[in-house]
Write a protein that binds this ligand. Structure first.
Ligand SMILES: [Cu+2]
Length: 346
C-alpha cells in the first residue's frame, strides 16, 4: 500500500503550488526565495509595516496585483509562472513605494545569462545610470511661519496610520510649519543633486536669504543624509521624481499630495548674520508641484499633484540635540515659488 502511494506521488499531474512568503515593510519587499520552479506559485504576503501595502508581480507578459493589505494583515496571490525573470514590487502610491525601495527580483526556472537582460527585454538588471538635476530658485520668495494646517480634516484619517509619529504630527496640525501664515522675503538658492543610489548620492549648493526680522542667513549644503531620517525610517538621500505626501501615506500628510522633480535630505552649515549657527543643520529640499497660490501664498490644494513643478521648498531644522534657531517656531522654511531645473552640463 505504501509503495502504491509513493508511485502515485511520482506521477506527473497537477502540482501543489510552490509557496513564496513575502514580507512587506517600509520600504522593503522580502521574499523567502528568489528562485522557484516553473509552474503554479502562491505568494503569501504579510504586511509587517505601519501603513497599507500590496504587491504586483510583473514580467514575461504578466502583470498581476493583490488587493491592498492593511498593516498586520496577510493576503495571498496564486499565479502560474513560466520561466524567466520577474519583478515583485509594491504598487501603492503611484510608484512612490517602489521608488523608496519596495521591489524585489524573482527568477522562475533556470535562466541562462544570455536571457538575463531583464524583464520584458528591458535592461532592468543593469546598474541605473547616474541622474542629476540643477535647480535655481526663482519668483516670489516666502517664509512660512508657524500656524495651523489648513486641511486638518483631509489629513486626519491619514495621520491614524502614523503610529508613534502621530502625536508630533497632530501638534504640527495645530501650530506647525505647514501653515498659511506667510511673509514675503528675499533671497537666492541654487543647488545640484546627484542620484547615484544607496550611499553615494551627493549635493552641492548654497542658499542665502533675509528673513522678516532682518537677519541674513546663509546655508551651505555639505553632504547628503543617507541614513534614516528621524521619524521617517528609510528616508534619505536624493530621489528624483517622487509622488508623495498628502494621501499617499509617504512622509508627512501635512504637505498636500504632490509630485516632485527632486527630493533630498542633507546636512548643512548654517550661518546667521555671518556667525556659524551649526555645522549640523538638517535640511530637506524639494522641487515640487506648486502648492501655494499667487498673492497671499495660502496653500491652495490638498491634491496639488497635477500643478506645474516649480515650487522650491527649503526646510532647515537644528541637528539632533541642538537648540532651536533664532527664528519664529525655531525653524526655517523658505519657498521660491517659480523655480526651474535642468540637467547639469557636466
Ligand atoms: Cu507599499
Amino acid at each position: 500500500m505504501k509503495r502504491i502511494m509513493l508511485l502515485l506521488a511520482l506521477l506527473p499531474g497537477p502540482r501543489e503550488p510552490a509557496q513564496v512568503n513575502v514580507r512587506l515593510s517600509e520600504w522593503k519587499v522580502e521574499l523567502s526565495q528568489q528562485n522557484i520552479a516553473e509552474g503554479p506559485v502562491t505568494f503569501v504576503v504579510t504586511n509587517s509595516g505601519q501603513i497599507p501595502h500590496a504587491i504586483e508581480v510583473e514580467g514575461q507578459g504578466i502583470e498581476k496585483e493583490i488587493e491592498t493589505i492593511q498593516p498586520g494583515a496577510t493576503g495571498t496571490l496564486t499565479l502560474t509562472l513560466k520561466r524567466g525573470r520577474y519583478e515583485v514590487y509594491c504598487p501603492v502610491g503611484e510608484g512612490s513605494h517602489k521608488k523608496l525601495g519596495m521591489e524585489a527580483r524573482l527568477t522562475v526556472g533556470s535562466v541562462r545569462t544570455s536571457e538575463s537582460t531583464g524583464y520584458d527585454g528591458s535592461a532592468m538588471g543593469d546598474a541605473p545610470a547616474v541622474q542629476a538635476i540643477s535647480v535655481t530658485g526663482g519668483g516670489p520668495v516666502v517664509q512660512i511661519l508657524p500656524g495651523p494646517f489648513p486641511f486638518p480634516d483631509s489629513a486626519a484619517p491619514i495621520l491614524q496610520a502614523f503610529g508613534d509619529e502621530r502625536e508630533g504630527l497632530e501638534s504640527q496640525v495645530k501650530n506647525g510649519p505647514y501653515s498659511n501664515n506667510v511673509g514675503r522675503i528675499s533671497g537666492t538658492f541654487r543647488f545640484t543633486a546627484w542620484d547615484k543610489g544607496a550611499t553615494r548620492d551627493s549635493v552641492d549648493g548654497i542658499a542665502e536669504f533675509t528673513t522678516q526680522d532682518g537677519a541674513r542667513w546663509r546655508l551651505v549644503l555639505d553632504r547628503v543624509q543617507t541614513k534614516d531620517v528621524p521619524h521617517h525610517p528609510r528616508f534619505g538621500g536624493v530621489i528624483l521624481g517622487l509622488f508623495y505626501h498628502g494621501v499617499t501615506q509617504v512622509h508627512t500628510p501635512l504637505v498636500p499630495t504632490i509630485n516632485s522633480a527632486v527630493a533630498l535630505w542633507a546636512f548643512g552649515h548654517l550661518y546667521r548674520k555671518g556667525t556659524l549657527v551649526t555645522d549640523n543643520a538638517m535640511v530637506h529640499v524639494m522641487l515640487l508641484s506648486r502648492t501655494r497660490r499667487d498673492g497671499d501664498f495660502a496653500l491652495a490644494c490638498w491634491d496639488c499633484s497635477r500643478n506645474k513643478i516649480e515650487e522650491l521648498q527649503l526646510q532647515i531644522l537644528p541637528g539632533p540635540g541642538e537648540p532651536k534657531f533664532d527664528a519664529p517656531g525655531g525653524f526655517l522654511f523658505v519657498n521660491w515659488e517659480q523655480s526651474s531645473s535642468r540637467k547639469p552640463t557636466s
